[in-house]
Design a protein around this ligand. Structure first.
Ligand code: ADP
Ligand code: MG
Length: 348
């Protein structure tokens, strides 16, 4: 790609007294792209060579970042860009935090999501149930933009994800948007995914300090508060290996909370735990639901799904086969597939 899009219609020079006026004297008149002053003198040598432009210290950093994003380069946004973009905006209270419409996702020839539509309104807990392989984790990962999807829309607080390319080539178009959305949707995984070489406190502080560039002292205060909140305030200086599975998962929840996300995404948070440890995590999840947090919860634990959810989705072979209130779904399933699924999990 050339630099034409970035430089507008090319060198912009004004004639004054019949003489070309050089860029050195008319800085204020230079064309701007998204607020970045574009100096023809600076960009001229790079007109047909975006790679040199990206490497050159002569080009302003923000301009290089924009160019890199437009080219799909795998760059991390600068802290200035992030802090600008992550400033909270106030969506309408009725705007769902997450909306998905007709989402399709394939791994090669295997179509895993076959037109999923759903919404997680603010303050609601939406649970996703379904047998193994039905696409629950894939749906969470697509929402969090950890996986690309090939068709359909994902809308975060009223803001649609912008895409470039189509089908198998479809990718998110705006890396800053991806980072903003990912950092606002904190994910808790089945296997905790804590850094083994960091203490629990350092684990919780890491992303807010390194990704969001928040003030370290403020983050430490918040991290200690969240660890207290999940009942392991005394484990700040321990390493993950020194904790039980239930304590590690609670640390992972504190880590997710410390990002101050708009919504929490849980992927089978209790399924790697022994039954007695499972309950301590269930208790934390229930208390977060009571606090009015927006959550999308994939779980095999039907009791928890029933207790905490406002809405339950039953996913079967990549489609939402049935959905409704927990009472309706668990007491009066309408489809044979849900009836079968429930009888299997109840028997297990
Ligand atoms: P669930 O979480 O409901 O058990 P998943 O979303 O993990 O199901 O998987 C749905 C289907 O997608 C499964 O058939 C699985 O094998 C397949 N799948 C998941 N991840 C990948 C991957 N990275 N590559 C290929 N196939 C995958
Ligand atoms: Mg899964």
């Amino acid at each position: 790609m050339g630099l034409a899009w970035y430089m507008g219609s090319g060198p912009q020079r004004r004639k004054r007294s019949g003489k070309d006026v050089g860029s050195r004297h008319d800085r204020a008149a230079k064309p701007r792209q998204d607020g970045v002053p574009v100096s023809d003198r600076i960009l001229r040598p790079f007109r047909n060579d975006a790679h040199s432009c990206l490497r050159s210290r002569l080009v302003p950093r923000a301009a290089r970042a924009q160019l890199a994003i437009a080219q799909g380069a795998n760059i991390r946004p600068t802290s200035t860009e992030l802090s600008k973009e992550i400033l909270p905006h106030v969506p309408d209270a009725s705007t769902p935090v997450i909306e998905v419409s007709d989402l399709h996702k394939s791994f090669g020839p295997l179509e895993v999501l076959r037109g999923v539509s759903m919404a997680a309104p603010k303050g609601h807990v939406v649970s996703l149930i379904g047998s193994s392989g039905s696409g629950k984790s894939t749906l969470l990962r697509c929402i969090n933009l950890l996986e690309d999807s090939q068709q359909g829309g994902i809308i975060f607080e009223g803001e649609p994800i912008s895409w470039r390319g189509e089908g198998a080539n479809r990718r998110p178009a705006d890396r800053i948007q991806v980072t903003r959305i990912r950092t606002n949707l904190s994910m808790v995984f089945q296997q905790f995914n804590l850094w083994a070489h960091l203490t629990i406190l350092q684990n919780v502080m890491k992303a807010p300090v390194t990704v969001l560039k928040r003030n370290r002292a403020d983050v430490e205060d918040a991290a200690r508060r969240y660890l207290e909140r999940v009942g392991i305030g005394d484990k700040c200086d321990a390493y993950p290996a020194q904790l039980s599975g239930g304590q590690q998962q609670r640390a992972a929840i504190a880590r997710a909370l410390c990002m101050e996300p708009r919504a929490l995404l849980f992927d089978e948070p209790t399924s790697a735990l022994d039954p007695e440890l499972e309950q301590e995590v269930v208790k934390v999840i229930k208390s977060l639901a009571e606090e009015g947090r927006t959550m999308l919860l994939v779980t095999h634990d039907m009791t928890m799904a029933r207790d905490v959810s406002d809405h339950v989705l039953f996913l079967h072979e990549g489609r939402i086969e049935e959905e409704g209130s927990p009472d309706a779904l668990f007491d009066a399933p309408r489809t044979e597939r849900l009836r079968q699924f429930l009888s299997h999990v109840r028997a297990a």
